[in-house]
Design a protein around this ligand. Structure first.
Ligand SMILES: *[C@@H]1O[C@H](CO)[C@@H](O)[C@H](O)[C@H]1NC(C)=O
Length: 214
């Protein structure tokens, strides 16, 4: 291996690193406390119990009627599943009403694999050359969204709700919606920037902000 390949290899390994590996079998999240570390501190392993490793958080359909897009994502977290701390995993239950949409968004810290349990979904992601990859999923089909890339899930059926389950490769994947990250930030991104970036006028900016609840 020449020096260039070696350096490239080194950087590739460095760049795809997921959450750090645990230094012990598990690290039950100590969620009481007002200090911050990179992650969540652990309780004494002697105090760990089976209940720390289980959750009912994903067992019930979430309300898809409380937002105009008709979707609701329920996540495991170190609060509802403290045993997940340091394991580099999150699970998500995704409920999507008829013709509901999980709008274009990214997870800056995780790749995601989604399996469609019920209904039919059109899923897709956009790579960094703006190439779009889409797939129509039927029950039982799975799809992966590479880390950090913009993706969406759309329920093609106007009546039947869809249910999908995702696994994500971080205990804190983060989610950034393209629409909210541009038009409903706090404080606002200056209108002149949005006008230029999206080649629209000030009325368009106001209308989009208003429509998105910003
Ligand atoms: C998701 O569903 C939960 C429980 O049904 C509800 O409390 C919450 O407001 C919903 N979230 C959104 C963004 O609609």
């Amino acid at each position: 291996m020449d020096i260039t390949s070696f350096i490239l290899y080194f950087f590739l390994i460095f760049m795809v690193k997921s959450d750090p590996d645990p230094l012990q079998d598990y690290c039950i999240a100590q969620t009481q406390g007002a200090f911050f570390v990179n992650g969540v501190p652990c309780i004494n392993p002697a105090d760990a119990s089976p209940s720390h490793f289980t959750t009912t958080a994903l067992s019930k359909p979430a309300n898809t009627a409380s937002n105009p897009l008709g979707f609701n994502v329920t996540l495991t977290t170190t609060r509802n599943l403290p045993g997940i701390n340091t394991l580099g995993l999150t699970m998500a239950r995704i409920d999507i009403a008829g013709n509901g949409l999980v709008p274009p968004h990214t997870h800056p810290r995780a790749s995601e694999v989604t399996i469609l349990i019920k209904g039919s979904l059109l899923v897709g992601f956009v790579d960094t050359t703006n190439r779009l990859f889409t797939q129509q999923l039927r029950e039982g089909d799975a799809f992966v969204f590479p880390k950090g890339l913009i993706h969406f899930l759309y329920n093609l059926d106007s009546k039947t709700p869809a249910l999908a389950i995702s696994g994500l490769t971080s205990q804190n994947p983060g989610a950034q919606l393209a629409s909210a990250a541009t038009f409903t930030t706090k404080p606002n991104i200056p209108d002149d920037i949005l006008k230029k970036a999206f080649q629209i006028n000030g009325q368009d900016v106001s209308r989009i902000r208003r429509n998105l609840g910003g």
